[in-house]
Design a protein around this ligand. Structure first.
Ligand code: AMP
Length: 218
């Protein structure tokens, strides 16, 4: 099964993708996580991406398409996967369609997690995450048991460098300008669904699973 999660920064794509990955036993491909790992490891990809990410801009399409094209050929993704944070522009979506066509695979569900800017900014500026295991917390809605310490692996939590108010605003502007047109790109497809992501994690997860399960039984 192939799932694509779309949505503004702060919509909860990562949170829902992690839940779905464990519920449906699918690998979770987060382009943001892949890029952050590459930046930390100072690889060629990381060095190219760092400046864009720090200022809240999108990494160029050719870089992202190259990354995904290489990834889709790995054996661990043969049985399906969840794409979180890709595509983020119309050229990326067109490129993804072409890659799927070349490989004879089709996407099962394209899920737009819809959230308004005010709530998204509030969520992101309260977000802390674990640099080691990727668990995500929120000082308003999902605190760790011990402040600043990951419940899962005990590491010290950190704030993402692009979760400052200024960078969040820039990321949102990029979303409006470059990612929102994807809604129109996908709107006519049977696989496309928009979900109100301003609700609790559990409510969104329930709706998402209902859509996926209905689609599977089609
Ligand atoms: P995320 O973790 O999904 O919020 O992504 C963090 C940052 O990584 C974004 O603000 C972009 O700079 C970069 N990024 C992640 N995915 C993409 C993508 N599909 N296209 C371009 N840039 C991306």
């Amino acid at each position: 099964m192939i799932l694509v999660l779309l949505g503004a920064p702060g919509a909860g794509k990562g949170t829902q993708a992690k839940k779905l990955a464990s519920e449906y036993r699918l690998p979770h491909v987060s382009t943001g996580d892949l890029l952050r790992e590459a930046v930390a490891a100072e690889t060629e990809l990381g060095n190219k991406a760092a400046g864009y990410m720090d200022s809240g801009r999108l990494v160029p399409d050719d870089v992202m398409l190259g990354l995904i094209d290489e990834l889709l050929d790995r054996p661990e993704y043969e049985g399906g996967f969840i794409l979180d944070g890709f595509p983020r522009t119309v050229p990326q979506a067109e490129g993804l369609d072409a890659m799927f066509e070349d490989r004879g695979i089709t996407v099962d569900s394209i899920l737009l997690l819809d959230v308004d800017k005010e709530l998204a900014v509030k969520r992101l500026t309260a977000r802390m995450s674990c640099p080691k295991c990727g668990a995500v917390y929120n000082s308003a809605t999902k605190r760790s048991k011990v402040e600043g310490v990951c419940d899962v692996c005990g590491s010290t939590l950190a704030t993402r460098t692009d979760d400052t108010r200024e960078t969040v605003e820039a990321r949102f502007d990029e979303y409006r300008r470059l990612t929102e047109p994807l809604v129109e790109y996908y709107a006519e497809r049977e696989a496309f669904h928009s979900i109100d992501a301003g609700r609790s994690i559990e409510d969104v997860d329930r709706d998402v699973r209902e859509i996926i399960d209905t689609g599977r039984g089609r």
